[in-house]
Structures are given as structure tokens and as C-alpha cells.
Write a protein that binds this ligand. Structure first.
Ligand code: EMZ
Length: 386
């Protein structure tokens, strides 16, 4: 099997039953596996709420390490929409030419640096710095802030080999509290200041609400972006003809980004809490239990995608749910898409081939299912395009 191949461990359960089950810190989860059902449940926020106790809709649950409600992510319509409206223009800034120019400079510098080395560990030496530097653009804060964020490692709530790490989470919370105080004293053009001066229902956002948006921005777009970048590079190492194609047909890179998101599904699933006794695939589900919308499974559903286990760079019809679906579709998607698109274009312009040297896969253990989400580490050599 190719090193860049990602198995679909949900296939059998998806076809036979439509759902899977996993335990998670004694708060079990029924995983919804079919594309159609995932979309239906995502839409039905009345029966499947996001506004549960903070952290409970995340799998693995974060109730033990987090009290702050992530906004707008852990709210339901209609309140959700009020907050979403406030933050949307800010999160659309990656569409601006100036933002894209800065991002291109950052990514070019990282690729140039990589070309000078005989071995680059992509997760920590390429994808993590790329993610953190790009985040300075999203937050509109000084470039040097990225150094602090890089030192936190690939996941802000987890350390190597540990499911969840409360001490590590506290570093992030304290950092955000501190930045909020600084922004209150010296308001600027950064995301903290902009949110602190925003209004909802005729009043200013509270510090706790601003913190909720920032925690989401730091946590939600971290390992997901890092995995998407790393996995794309692993794929290009084994498919140098794809780089050639991006050079000859630059118009397909947008489609290729969507296809990578579908195939890699950087976020496996997202939970909801059930508000009333109901059913999923004729299976009874009790009120106050948890379900998850398994994006990774839905994205391989053969009823929707032709040759679902193949990467088709210019896939024509691609209704993937890699960025979620319905009200809660990914707020950071515009930023993430730009990162990947610029990365593919930059690699195509500068890199002829990539050799994988050694690697360690990152496998998620979901009880019944074992899913590769990326790599703990992967060393490669980037070869210059002649
Ligand atoms: C939450 C989640 C959001 C969660 C879109 O996903 O991402 C996870 O990585 C975080 O741990 O807190 O932000």
C-alpha cells in the first residue's frame, strides 16, 4: 500500500448498518456513517444540538479540560447566527489579494528553506511553522508571535501519546486571557481588538465570548491544517505527475484542494448531543446521549462519490463534507483553502520531486475502527525543479 494511501475503515459498517459505536471516556458515541444521514443530522440542530456543555460535542470529549464555550461552534441557531454574522467578514479576509500575497511570501520562504535541506521532518519543520505563521495573518498579529505557537506543538490540547492534557490547555487559555487584556489596554487592528469592539444584540462581546472565538480559532485549525499539509506532501511524493499537472493546468488546483480535503478528511468527526429520544438508521438513540457526524466516512460513500478511494485531482462533482455541513460549516475554510492552494502552486513552481525517507503514521483508535489521520512524523527530501 502507498504511504500516502488512507484506508476507509468505515466501509463495512457504513454499508451494513449505517452507524458505528465507540466509547469515549464513558460517554459513548453513535457514529453516523452515511453521507445522506450525516447531512440530515447536521441540518437538524433541534434534535442534535451543538449547544451542550462546553467540550461535549467534541470527540474525544473535552469536558474535563475546558469550561469556555467555543463560539460560534458550540451554539445553535438562531443565536449561533448572530455570532456567526459578526465573525464571518473577518474570516473571509483570506479572499483579499493582499492577504494572499503575504501568505504566498510565507509559504515560498518555507519551501525555499526546505529545498536547502537533505531531510525535512514535514510535520514539525514544515507544516507546524506554516500553520502558525499563516495564523498570524488570520489574527492580524505580529509575525513573531508564531514562534510561541510553534513551541506548543501540533495540538493545543494534546501532548504526544496523551489523549487530553489539561495543563497544556491552560497554557493556551492563559495566553488568550493575556492577549485580551493587552488588546483592551492598547486596541489595534488585530482579531482580539476587533472582536472586543464588536456588538451582539446591542452590547459589546464579553471577554469570555471573545475568548470562546479565539480558543476555536487556535484549536480547530491546528492539527487539521497540519495534517492536510503533511498528507498532501506525502501524496505528491508518491505522485510527482500531480506536480507536473499543476504546472500545466493551474486551473485544477482549486479542485485538487477539495479532493485532498475529501480524501484525507482532516477532522474525522464532530459530535452532537441528542435532545429527544430518536432514531438513526432504525436504531434507537436516547435523549442526552451523543452522536457524531463522521465526515471521514461520509466522504467515502460510494453512493455519492465515484471511485471514492481514489484521489481524482480534478473530480468534477465533489459534495464532500470535509469542512462539515450546514449551519456549522467550517469558519476557517477560506483560510485553509488558501493555504493549500498556495502550497500546491508554490510546490509546483519550485519542486520537481519529493522523496519519502522515513515516517511514522498517526492512527486514531476509534474502538471498532482504526483510522489513519496523518503522520506523527515523516522525513522527506525536496528536490528542486530543474
Ligand atoms: C474544537 C474542534 C473544532 C476542539 C472544527 O473543529 O477542533 C478540535 O481540534 C479542538 O480540539 O476544541 O475546536
Amino acid at each position: 500500500m502507498e504511504k500516502s494511501a488512507f484506508n476507509d475503515s468505515f466501509e463495512k459498517a457504513r454499508i451494513e448498518k449505517g452507524y458505528g459505536e465507540m466509547n469515549d471516556q464513558d460517554d459513548p458515541v453513535k457514529m453516523v456513517l452515511r453521507h445522506k444521514d450525516v447531512r440530515k443530522c447536521a441540518h437538524n440542530y433541534k434534535t442534535f444540538t451543538s449547544a451542550a456543555v462546553p467540550g461535549r460535542i467534541v470527540v474525544p470529549s473535552e469536558v474535563n479540560i475546558r469550561k469556555t464555550r467555543q463560539i460560534p461552534f458550540e451554539l445553535d441557531p438562531p443565536i449561533h447566527g448572530l455570532y456567526r454574522e459578526i465573525v464571518t467578514p473577518w474570516f473571509k479576509r483570506p479572499l483579499e489579494a493582499d492577504y494572499q500575497e503575504k501568505l504566498t511570501l510565507q509559504i515560498s520562504a518555507i519551501v525555499d528553506r526546505a529545498l536547502e535541506n537533505d531531510s525535512v521532518e514535514v510535520v514539525n519543520e514544515f507544516a507546524l511553522p506554516l500553520q502558525s505563521r499563516a495564523l498570524t495573518l488570520l489574527l492580524n498579529t505580529p509575525y513573531t508571535n508564531a514562534e510561541t505557537w510553534i513551541s506548543w506543538g501540533t495540538h493545543v490540547f494534546r501532548s504526544e501519546g496523551e489523549a487530553l492534557d489539561g495543563d497544556k490547555a491552560n497554557i493556551l487559555y492563559d495566553y488568550i486571557d493575556e492577549q485580551i487584556e493587552i488588546a483592551l489596554e492598547h486596541p489595534g487592528e488585530d482579531m482580539y481588538s476587533v472582536l472586543l469592539s464588536s456588538e451582539v444584540n446591542g452590547r459589546k462581546l464579553t471577554k469570555e465570548e471573545v475568548k470562546g472565538v479565539l480558543v476555536l480559532t487556535f484549536a480547530g485549525g491546528r492539527d487539521t491544517v497540519i495534517n492536510a499539509v503533511t498528507n498532501s506532501i506525502a501524496y505528491l511524493a508518491e505522485h510527482p505527475e500531480a506536480l507536473e499537472r499543476f504546472r500545466n493546468e493551474p486551473e485544477i488546483t482549486g479542485k485538487a484542494v477539495e479532493e485532498f480535503i475529501r480524501y484525507f478528511s482532516p477532522l474525522t468527526q464532530m459530535g452532537r448531543v441528542v435532545t429527544e429520544d430518536t432514531q438513526i438508521c432504525e436504531h434507537a438513540i436516547k435523549a442526552d446521549s451523543r452522536i457524531s457526524l463522521c465526515w471521514a466516512s461520509a466522504n467515502r460513500d460510494a453512493l455519492v462519490f465515484e471511485n471514492p478511494d481514489e484521489i481524482v485531482l480534478d473530480r468534477k462533482i465533489n459534495p464532500h463534507v470535509g469542512f462539515g455541513f450546514s449551519h456549522h460549516n467550517c469558519l476557517g475554510a477560506t483560510h485553509a483553502r488558501q493555504i493549500l492552494k498556495i502550497l500546491l502552486n508554490t510546490l509546483a513552481a519550485k519542486v520537481g520531486s519529493i522523496e519519502i525517507q522515513e515516517y511514522k503514521e498517526n492512527i486514531e483508535n476509534l474502538d471498532q475502527f482504526r483510522r489513519k489521520v496523518g503522520f506523527d512524523s515523516i522525513n522527506v527530501k525536496f528536490n528542486r525543479l530543474n
